[in-house]
Design a protein around this ligand. Structure first.
Ligand SMILES: [Zn+2]
Length: 107
């Protein structure tokens, strides 16, 4: 008797789970797709930093020309500063006042 009761409860639970799942799955799939799309967009932006949007000629931290490749940028006093690496950006932001001259600003 007790076993039958438990089986009934389990059946009802499974039924509820089965009913609830399709909607949850749709929501999850939508969220997953969106995340994937965002990640793809981020990657695309990271790969296509256009030198034209930058206001500096050189990575102020390591002195590398921005034309050699920019993987991160920072805004400083309305200027867009390009850096070869996130580490260079972090280093610059520790003391931008002292490092900004090395960036050789264009405008
Ligand atoms: Zn650098």
């Amino acid at each position: 008797m007790r076993k039958q009761f438990i089986t009934s409860i389990m059946s009802i639970s499974l039924f509820l789970i089965a009913c609830g799942n399709p909607m949850d799955d749709t929501a999850n799939n939508a969220a997953t797709s969106e995340t994937t799309a965002n990640m793809a967009t981020d990657t695309a932006i990271e790969k296509t930093y256009d030198v034209k949007i930058l206001d500096n000629k050189k990575d102020p931290t390591c002195g590398m020309p921005v034309t050699a490749g920019v993987s991160d940028t920072a805004h400083y006093k309305n200027k867009v500063i390009g850096f070869c690496a996130t580490e260079c950006k972090a280093e610059f932001l520790k003391n931008p006042e002292a490092n900004i001259a090395a960036a050789e600003l264009i405008k």
